[in-house]
Design a protein around this ligand. Structure first.
Ligand code: GRF
Length: 194
């Protein structure tokens, strides 16, 4: 359970690797008056991530770790998160797999957003696979991260209809829009106030 103490916002670190539309959305959400979170740091596994330009412009604190030496990087990250007093981690298009040990240290406190209706279509290329299988619906899921890929407890899901003329790109756009609505809702649901 993630609890905010009194009216204090939950200190949240976002992990990204690329585009960062969910990241931007969470940053905007954190600035809303009654938002339950504040963003204390963004961590990118990719020094060329598009999202970094936005962070520079907005003067938001970020760090880059390429995870080539995963153990070492994770140790350094854990130290930073401790110093920053991070209470919650939101993965948002983060393309690295965190170690079992790392996940243990933040048990129940790492969230991910995945572009399918889990448990269907874990892993990559979700839209393409859903279309090939002639699914009528796909969607997105916010879930807790555990040591099995895309398999932790589901917090919230949103269904999206797949039309006959949808291709992976059009479906991805439709689902991404819903992701931006779902992640904040799931955070509100997860964070119980005392
Ligand atoms: C999203 O579809 C998310 O569900 C998946 O990766 C994509 C990231 O998009 N995990 P963005 O970087 O947030 O724009």
């Amino acid at each position: 359970m993630v609890r905010s103490t009194g009216f204090k916002k939950v200190k949240t670190t976002i992990f990204i690797s690329g585009n960062g539309s969910n990241m931007k959305n969470l940053i905007k959400f954190s600035k809303i008056k009654n938002s339950p979170i504040e963003i204390n740091l963004v961590l990118s596994s990719n020094k060329k991530a598009n999202a970094l330009n936005y962070l520079k412009k907005k003067k938001i604190n970020f760090k880059i770790f390429d995870f080539k030496k995963k153990n070492k990087d994770e140790k350094k990250i854990l130290d930073i998160l401790k110093k920053k007093d991070t209470q919650l981690i939101c993965l948002a298009g983060f393309m690295k797999i965190l170690s079992r040990n790392f996940i243990k240290r933040f048990k129940g406190k790492i969230l991910n957003i995945h572009p399918s209706l889990l448990p269907k279509y874990k892993g990559l290329n979700t839209h393409k696979r859903a279309i090939i299988n002639k699914e009528k619906f796909s969607g997105c899921t916010v879930h807790i991260v555990n040591s099995k890929l895309d398999s932790g407890k589901i917090i919230m899901q949103k269904k999206v209809r797949i039309n006959k003329n949808d291709d992976p790109e059009s479906l991805s756009k439709k689902i991404l829009k819903q992701e931006h609505l779902l992640y904040p809702k799931a955070l509100i649901k997860l964070i119980s106030r005392n």
